[in-house]
Design a protein around this ligand. Structure first.
Ligand code: HEC
Length: 133
């Protein structure tokens, strides 16, 4: 008798736990949605060209860019939906441009160098990266 009560209790704790888990996943989805919709004011096609000019593909796998198969940094696929940039900045257009222009000023220990990206190119690069869902 008392055994039955214990099992029932455990089951309800499990159900409550699952409910909390699924509720927090739901909240997470909602928070990520606006990230993908951010507008930078740049030109994605100019950004695509800038990727090749600055050699981003020597360190990153970048979908849709020929020869962009570097393994030094993380693949940039799905960057539009990422919550953080390099694990240190929240993923906003301003922060993405800041990162692209001068990563070591954000995180002195990062392996991504300052490649001398201009402000206009950072805007175009960010607008291209936000097409990578
Ligand atoms: C010498 C190699 C190298 C080059 C060149 C390089 N990166 Fe990176 N990049 C990295 C590394 C390493 C990281 C991971 C940084 C970290 O987590 O501290 C990174 C991180 C990033 C991130 C964040 C990724 C994430 O998952 O959060 C973005 C965006 C990015 N790079 C864009 C670019 C762009 C755009 C260019 C070209 C202008 C570029 N990178 C050139 C090495 C490089």
């Amino acid at each position: 008798m008392s055994k039955g009560i214990k099992i029932g209790h455990r089951r309800s704790v499990l159900v409550a736990g699952l409910a909390i888990l699924s509720a927090s996943f739901g909240a997470c989805d909602r928070r990520e949605e606006p990230v993908a919709a951010f507008v930078t004011g740049g030109d994605p096609e100019l950004g695509r060209a800038a990727i090749s000019r600055y050699g981003c593909g020597s360190c990153h796998i970048i979908p849709g860019i020929q020869g962009a198969n570097g393994l030094v940094g993380p693949p940039l696929s799905g960057i539009a939906n990422r919550v953080y940039i390099a694990g240190v900045l929240t993923n906003t257009p301003e922060n993405l441009m800041r990162w692209i222009q001068d990563p070591p000023s954000v995180d002195p220990l990062t392996a991504m160098p300052n490649t001398g990206v201009t402000e206009a190119d950072a805007r175009n690069l960010a607008s291209f990266l936000y097409t990578l869902q």
